[in-house]
Write a protein that binds this ligand. Structure first.
Ligand code: SF4
Length: 101
């Protein structure tokens, strides 16, 4: 194995490990948005969309099928661009909802 190939393999392994660690931190380390936080109140965020009483809400809408939900639709929680540094609940909803294409 040439030195260049060895360095390349080390870089790939290091990058892969760093990406895995980042996703683990993202999944485990972020607190959930509280419904009484100012941004959550302003956007009528609820962790359970079935409890939403807002004219804009339509049944079936949920964070897990919103374009801003940064997890897989099956993830119970995920980051959302509206709430930096926090996770929202997959079954949640807020007035910034945009249907995922
Ligand atoms: S923007 Fe979308 S994912 Fe974020 S809280 Fe609102 S409905 Fe949920």
């Amino acid at each position: 194995m040439t030195m260049q190939r060895r360095v390349f393999m080390i870089n790939v392994a290091t990058s892969t490990c760093a990406m895995g660690m980042a996703s683990m931190v993202r999944a485990a380390g972020l607190p959930l948005v509280a419904e009484n936080e100012p941004t959550a109140v302003n956007l009528h965020y609820k962790a359970d969309a079935t409890q939403v009483k807002h004219a804009k809400y339509r049944p079936g809408q949920a964070c897990s099928n919103c374009m801003l939900y940064q997890g897989k639709p099956t993830d119970p929680t995920a980051a959302c661009g509206i709430f930096p540094g926090k996770h929202v609940a997959g079954p949640g909803w807020c007035t910034a909802y945009v249907r995922r294409a």
